[in-house]
Design a protein around this ligand. Structure first.
Ligand code: PMT
Length: 405
């Protein structure tokens, strides 16, 4: 992705670190935030410094962490107030049961809770603790209080805990935490903040019998990248997908399998969406009937399966204000075929990609796209990451949304 222009470029983020074994993972979070272009200001409880030293955060972020509420920082009379006013958002990771309790009750006796209380922008917390502590009624009451006040919880996850026990209390993975921070930063003032975008991804699977299906080579990578790019600009994104990739953070996922299921999900979500971007490879045909039992090979040398046409989802879905973006997967006459599909599917834009190339199209991380519009313009783009393709497609969607008013 282009970090220089990503949602964290130029942001100031307060990273609150509290005393948990998972504190070492906050170092990776800090590093990823810095790499994404953010200025990271770390605040730590004394207990956190028992697990990771301030020097590590100083080295990774380039700024001295605040640990002692009485120590002057040389710049501000009250550093925590200055940070709370200047930062775009604050993340507490890992957040212990103790810090959740103090934040919920406004007790501000360390640098993390002081800054949390002074914070003007969004507060996100990623808890990590023993499963029993997380389940405890006192913790859960504090969680509810904080949620009611608009604090966003990232996890905790179910999994193996430091005690060796399996349960809820595990810290979310740093990469996922950072994706959630990108989504939160995008929602602050991203170019698509407030817009609702539905994206489709993956190849539909049309059942032949309980174990076989008619499918295609789509991995879902293109659609997921578009969904992430839209999320990073602040859009409320629903990803209607038949792919088996991990759900992107900060994106609602509607899993489907067949073209018929995808049609129903698209119709449901398009009704409340500003734009529909169909990166999915929808099977044009499905078996007339899926057998209830696994079909035996028997003595047959050949096997014919009768297929029936699937509905054309993007052509079917209507909406006076809906901006429709189709993809065209072609192996020849790329632009001519895409132009025809733009008209047939009544789309505003069509994104043509040559799926016979080895570095573009199906299942790779890069793509080479040409964006065609209704006015006959063709924007032929060089090879780039699928995320960057998403960025370029969303630039055009944004223009259309602005023109629509
Ligand atoms: O998922 P990846 O591995 O990352 O691969 C990405 C991709 C190559 C699948 C993607 O970039 C792409 O080209 N998607 C569209 C594939 C396709 O089905 O193209 P098409 O030319 O057959 O269809 C044209 C458009 O109509 C597409 O937007 C498609 O979603 C839509 N369609 C097609 C058939 C149908 N019954 N209903 C539809 O809505």
């Amino acid at each position: 992705m282009s970090e220089a222009t990503g949602p964290l470029a130029g942001r100031t983020i307060v990273l609150g670190v509290t005393g948990s074994i998972a504190a070492y993972k906050a170092v990776e979070v800090a590093s990823r935030l810095v790499q994404a272009g953010a200025t990271v200001r770390t605040v730590m409880t004394r207990a956190a410094t028992e697990f990771v030293g301030p020097a590590t955060f100083r080295g990774v972020t380039g700024h001295e962490p605040l640990v002692d509420i009485w120590a002057p920082d040389g710049e501000h009379a009250e550093p925590h107030v200055a940070l709370g006013r200047e930062a775009d958002l604050m993340l507490v990771t890992p957040a212990t049961a103790s810090v959740l309790g103090r934040l919920a009750h406004g007790i501000s006796d360390d640098c993390v809770t002081l800054t949390g209380l002074a914070m003007r922008g969004p507060l996100l917390v990623a808890p990590a603790m023993d499963a029993g502590m997380w389940a405890n009624a006192a913790t859960q009451a504090n969680v509810r209080t904080l949620q009611e006040r608009g604090v966003t919880f990232l996890g905790p996850l179910e999994g193996r805990l430091a005690s060796g026990e399996i349960g809820a209390g595990r810290l979310m993975e740093p990469v996922t935490i950072v994706d959630h921070i990108k989504a939160a930063a995008g929602r602050l003032d991203g170019a698509l903040a407030g817009a609702r975008i539905a994206v489709t991804a993956g190849g539909t699977r049309e059942p032949v019998d309980p174990v076989r299906f008619v499918g295609n080579r789509s991995s879902g990578k293109m659609g997921y990248a578009v969904a992430e790019a839209a999320r990073d600009r602040g859009a409320d994104v629903v990803l209607i997908t038949s792919a088996e990739l991990a759900a992107p953070a900060g994106v609602r996922v509607a899993p489907v399998e067949t073209a018929q299921e995808m049609l129903e999900a698209v119709e449901e979500h398009a009704a409340t969406s500003d734009a529909l971007i169909m990166a999915a490879a929808v099977a044009d045909y499905r078996p007339v009937e899926a057998a209830k039992e696994k079909q035996k090979r028997g003595g047959r040398e050949t096997w014919g399966i009768d297929l029936v046409r699937n509905p054309d989802i993007i052509a079917t879905v209507q909406g006076e204000r809906l901006i429709k973006v189709a993809f065209a997967a072609e192996t020849q006459d790329l632009v001519d075929n895409a132009q025809k599909k733009l008209v047939e599917k009544n789309a505003h834009l069509i994104v043509a990609n040559d799926v016979s190339a080895t570095d573009a199209g199906f299942a790779v991380d890069t793509n080479r796209i040409t964006i065609l519009d209704r006015d006959g313009n063709q924007d032929e783009l060089p090879l780039m990451s699928k995320y960057d393709c998403g960025v370029r497609i969303l630039d055009r969607v944004q223009e259309l949304l602005a023109a629509r008013g």
